[in-house]
Design a binder for this molecule. Structure first.
Ligand SMILES: [Zn+2]
Length: 272
């Protein structure tokens, strides 16, 4: 018998008497709730907007245990990149969760208008004890490049949004470190880098570092979180260090010098 429900009148009584379940009259299939996709909105952006690179500090096996959640720590990443494949762990690239899930890799963070970067990024942990001291092996970097090419293509990531943990959490994090080969990545079509010709041209027009306010504004325009903490001066130095670690790793001291500033302006000219 097909159930119908009217609040008032005899049919409700009859339904109750006949034992039908009023709230489950039919299965959804029977109702044919087709999703109509004729009307499309143009007002949206991508959920995944950044790729954040890290080094693990610890070796592959221990990194795997931590990132899988076996040690009780609330940290994770979408990908873990091995440094020395072996019989037990024969691959370079390990995916630990689907890319649409939210991994816990960035912590308190900001890039451009996005805060809490875990919400909008893919996290990649690269096995290295300290990327400020230990160079990344070539073959491991080839694996990183292979993976990044796929991710950038799949999610249409802006070059400026391929970043290090230190870029999005300056003063708190120093990974993937000053030895991470950002320029090599750029030469392989990944991420942002300045054009030397632009810097050369700017040597003629920029002959002094402007005020801290102006430098901060320029760093902020590029994406750096210049106003992230209450202590403005310390934040500024930390952000300059993060910038140097990425684009001018020869000297990392929190002092924006003339050549650093020309590099920043060359990046802005090219990307912003
Ligand atoms: Zn990190």
């Amino acid at each position: 018998m097909k159930c119908s429900f009217q609040v008032f009148g005899m049919s409700a009584l009859m339904v109750l008497v006949s034992g039908c379940r009023l709230l489950q009259p039919e299965t959804p299939d029977e109702r044919n709730f087709a999703v109509n996709e004729v009307h499309a909105s143009r007002n949206y952006n991508a959920r995944i907007r950044q790729i954040v690179l890290h080094y693990t500090v610890i070796d592959f096996e221990r990194s795997l245990a931590v990132l899988k959640g076996e040690t009780g720590r609330s940290v994770s990443a979408h990908y873990l990149i091995n440094d020395r494949p072996n019989k037990q762990y024969p691959d370079y690239i390990y995916r630990l969760m689907p890319e649409d899930k939210r991994a816990w890799h960035a912590g308190v963070s900001q890039w451009g208008r996005d805060a809490n970067i875990n919400n909008s990024s893919i996290g990649i942990e690269i096995v290295n004890p300290d990327g400020n001291l230990h160079p990344y092996p070539d073959e491991q970097m080839e694996a990183v490049i292979f993976l990044l090419r796929q991710l950038i293509e799949r999610h249409q990531i802006d070059p400026v949004n391929v970043v290090g943990h230190s870029d999005v959490a300056p003063g708190r994090k120093i990974d993937p470190g000053s030895l991470f080969p950002w320029k090599t990545l750029y030469d392989n079509g990944i991420g942002a880098w300045y054009d030397e010709a632009d810097v050369e041209a700017l040597r003629k027009t920029i002959t002094a570092v402007p005020s801290v306010e102006q430098v901060k504004a320029d760093l902020g325009t590029y994406g750096y979180p210049v106003d992230a903490t209450p202590d403005a001066d310390e934040t500024y130095r930390a952000v300059v260090e993060a910038f140097q670690r990425h684009f001018a790793p020869g000297r990392i001291d929190g002092e924006m010098d003339l050549e650093n500033y020309r590099i920043l302006k060359a990046l802005l000219k090219k990307y912003r």
